[in-house]
Design a protein around this ligand. Structure first.
Ligand code: ATP
Ligand code: MG
Length: 493
């Protein structure tokens, strides 16, 4: 073990937010050891802007809770951690971990429970990469380096601690982390890792919970180097494990969307990771849609069913949370609305909550050479920058063109789906995805059907008393504890 002078590693307390200093200071004052560890230290040493700072201590989670009281929540079962709120920020505080006791690993060697507290040396050897295992005590101005990690920082090498095969078996997610850090930091992967990182090894990812893989996939999408990591995921066989149904031949559309995502992150814009799922699964959605329409299912129903099918299959690999599922299906649904908008609805459509994401999606399709958008991406692009008068003229001209197309279609005796719908067209837009169509709500709806006639009173937003039916969505909402530090707002505000 070597103790490095923090200033010599380019570290100073001035770079640290008050939240992490507050956590370190409070733990130290209470008589515990406390360090900053992980990505925060690594990124500062590399001159990058850390995403967050993690703390590690010899205090157990319940002792951490004693120090911070109501500002602290203990989370996790497999991997128990304390979440400490400091101002608006959340700091993860982990306790030094010893190797897990026996009988908590799966048949494949995967660690299932990991809450055996230990010393800093033991904690160090449990970490993944050397560059993630430096312990920084900012008040003492020192960095504890147990494995000459500083050299790996200098040589830009990603080295796993211990035997790479064993470390992958213990936690297959480390394979994803290898590729993520190699892409993000532009580091070389240690040959010892490359030797064992085979397609067979990636099979172990099947044992990882789809919830965890969804979280990891989000990190891949939002790290700012999505375009760079995609070929790596394919080359190492990880792609197949994460997105089994998406071909390994990257389409122009996916490529453009990945570049676009990276650019947005670079200039500090928000992104919604579900948007990239919509992109990845678009071709599968179309295929499934064609399957249903070929069977004679009407277009709207075919779209709804295709959306459900495709997302359900993907969820066997990476779970798709309800909000992401709705988002993806709405983006897909928007494609047909934007392609053939009813003139009376154009204005309302442009103000729709999902317009921006739907439009971005269509424009990316168009830019990647998809001619089925019929140039409507560019049309909407221009429309948004027009004055009110220009907008009116654009709608009239669109309307004329539409009538012309319809006459042409009639002459060719092709039934036009929109003809009848037009008669009842109003400026009100139907919901893009009907709540009743989502997976588990269907059964809940029928269960609640009997109660639906009963009325309940609530106070509405204007403060007035209002009667609502017992099956109103507001009554079904569960209180969700959100980790605000991890909420990513999107897609394109
Ligand atoms: P970033 O936050 O930039 O994605 P990070 O290295 O901080 O990168 P976290 O997921 O925040 O990654 O984890 C914090 C630290 O916890 C890591 O640096 C590493 O030391 C340890 N760690 C995280 N995941 C694992 C794992 N699967 N196996 C071993 N150690 C891990
Ligand atoms: Mg981190």
């Amino acid at each position: 073990m070597q103790t490095l002078r923090a200033s010599k590693c380019g570290l100073s307390t001035a770079q640290l937010p008050s939240s992490i200093l507050d956590v370190i200071d409070s733990l130290t004052k209470a008589g515990y050891e406390a360090y900053i560890v992980g990505g925060g230290v690594r990124d500062l040493m590399l001159g990058l802007n850390p995403k967050d700072f993690d703390a590690v201590t010899n205090a157990t989670p319940s002792q951490v809770k004693e120090v911070f009281g109501r500002r602290c929540r203990i989370i996790g079962r497999r991997f128990e951690l304390a979440h400490v709120y400091s101002g608006r920020e959340l700091i993860e505080v982990a306790t030094f971990r010893a190797p897990p006791k026996k009988a908590v690993t799966s048949a494949q060697g995967m660690i299932l429970r990991d809450n055996n507290w230990g010393t800093i040396e033991q904690d160090f050897s449990r970490r993944d990469f050397s560059i993630n295992a430096m312990y920084y005590q900012p008040r003492k101005g020192i960095v504890l380096d147990f494995c000459n990690a500083i050299d790996d920082i200098r040589n830009k090498t990603l080295r796993l601690l211990g035997d790479p095969a064993l470390r992958f078996e213990e936690d297959p997610v480390r394979m994803l982390r290898t590729l993520r850090f190699a892409a993000k930091l532009n580091f070389d992967i240690d040959p010892a890792i490359l030797k064992v990182f085979t397609p067979e090894m990636t099979q172990l990812l099947r044992d990882v919970s789809p919830h965890r893989l969804y979280d990891e996939s989000q990190k891949l999408f939002t790290m700012g180097h999505l375009y760079r990591i995609m070929p790596m995921l394919i080359e190492f066989g990880v792609w197949r494990q994460l997105f089994a149904e998406v071909p390994t031949q990257i389409t122009k559309f996916i490529e453009l969307a990945a570049k676009n995502t990276d650019q947005r992150i670079q200039i500090g814009k928000t992104i919604n990771p579900a948007f990239f799922y919509a992109v990845l699964l678009w071709e599968n959605f179309l295929e499934r849609y064609n399957f249903y329409t070929a069977k004679g299912v009407v277009a709207a129903e075919a779209r709804a069913q295709a959306g459900l099918d495709v997302l359900k299959r993907q969820a066997t690999r990476t779970i798709i949370p309800r909000f992401a599922e709705t988002f993806v299906r709405e983006v897909w649904e928007m494609q047909s609305r934007l392609l053939q908008p009813k003139p009376q609805q154009i204005e309302a459509l442009a103000g729709h909550a999902r317009f921006r994401a739907g439009f971005d999606f269509m424009l990316l399709r168009e830019k990647s050479g998809d001619q089925t958008t019929q140039g409507m991406g560019a049309w909407w692009d221009a429309y948004q920058n027009m004055s009110t008068d220009e907008k009116e003229r654009a709608i009239s001209s669109y309307n004329r063109q539409r009538a012309k197309n319809r006459r042409k279609a009639q002459d060719e005796a092709v039934p036009v789906e929109t003809q009848n719908q037009d008669k009842k067209a109003s400026t009100v837009i139907e919901p893009l995805v009907k709540e009743s169509e989502t997976r588990s709500r269907r059964s809940r709806r029928s269960r609640n059907h009997e109660q639906s006639e009963q009325l309940t009173t609530i106070i509405n937003q204007q403060g007035q008393v209002e009667s609502i039916q017992a099956d109103h969505p507001i009554l079904k909402r569960k209180r969700v504890q959100r980790d605000l530090a991890k909420v990513i707002f999107g897609p394109t505000q």
